[in-house]
Design a protein around this ligand. Sequence first.
Ligand code: UN1
Length: 495
Amino acid sequence: MAEVIKNLVDGEWRESSTGRTLESLNPADTTDTVAIFPKSGREDVDRAVEAARRAYERWRLVPAPRRGEILFRAAETLVRRKEELGRLVTREMGKVLPEGLGDVQEAIDMTYYMAGEGRRLSGETVPSELPNKDCKSIRVPIGVFALITPWNFPIAIPAWKIMPALICGNTVVFKPSRYTPLCATRLVEILVEAGVPEGVVNLVHGTGEEVGEYLATHPGVDGVSFTGSTAVGERLAKMCDPEKEISCEMGGKNAIIVMDDARLDLAVEGAIWGGFGTTGQRCTAASRVVVHERVYDRFLELFVEAARRLRLGNGLKRETDVGPLINEDQMEKVLRYIKIGQEEGARLLTGGRAYREGECSKGYFVEPTVFADVEPEMRIAQEEIFGPVVSVIKARDLDDAIRIVNGVEYGLSSAIYTQDVNKSAIAERELDTGLVYINASTIGAEIQLPFGGTKRSGLGHREAGGRGGAIEMFSKWKVIYRDYSGRLQKAQIDR
Ligand code: UN1
């Protein structure tokens, strides 16, 4: 049964001013409508921003540890409802249930972590060069944030943004992906139930074109945090007023290096998990595997065998390894890239087609696909596909492999499988990505460290993490000099 959901503006659940609605569908079975939600317009955004502005004047003065207590209660509810929410993630987004539960767990981790940050939003106190004067730096909120999130982590990524935004004292207008509105709504309901005051979190559903862009560029918004494609992120950044704080988490073309001394069983597992986990729909997905020529044939043999064993299906079924793609456009895009790969002369070893057997005919399934003999310059090795397609590339040695990995316009995540401590150290230093994994796949970042990439993968501050990431994104420094000498003291001059 489809649930009818609403926007949340100033603490009130309301329909959109346009009166129009959209539907979110289960991508594994499109006869299952998950939610009917508002197709909001500009007026809804205006009201939400206004509400957030008003609420900001009170929320910024709530002591951060008190704000943390609200987040702590939200985290407890997320824990209690993890199973139900994980199933909802799978139903609305398609990833297999263990990953749906992982999505919720990532939100739980972030919420607890940020709840604790409420007692740690620390700056520095340093001595003054003058007597009877003290100096300190403090973190202050930025104001009203527009949070625009994707569908691939429909609970985790909103939590990555909402929790640090709130703990720092900002208020938010949250525009989730139109493909996962019910997941977003559940998270917001939980925050309201935990005691977030009216107007502090506002939820406006709708499309990126109608709502997202208008919200991001709204004069009442002080900061924007966006996760999604590089094309959209870069466009938003250009459209926004330069004094707005904007951070974007964008695309990736991540690679795993497999050296000739690697444990091949581990490397194959890592490549399967990174390439086909979440059906390849992670910005950290391992869409390239760069293999040393001495183990190239053996790796391919094992990798293709493992890819063929993967079972496609509804992610709620225990036997399913790989779920559907999110929608028809995404499915067509993936199939288009498979065709491009064949035309470019890459060798298709397995997969390559839409999968429509049995119940899968009702969803957006594409077979796990492996291309071999991919040249580093081919489009399938350069462009983000966001689907279950892995390109395997041969390398002569470590330098060659590193050059191939770095030879793309993205720089989010990379990995190397090797048993040689020296090679791992060189890779760690030379791989130009925000995240580097040694003997692990390119996916699975933990929330207590900054998340983000170099080059066209990211812009502005990193997400997650503490001071190096989300706290930077959602607060700004203020420096206070207090002079209690009772006279005019001149820095740099009185000595
Ligand atoms: C994303 O793909 O947008 O590191 C985020 C990972 C997850 C987050 C992925 N923890 O793969």
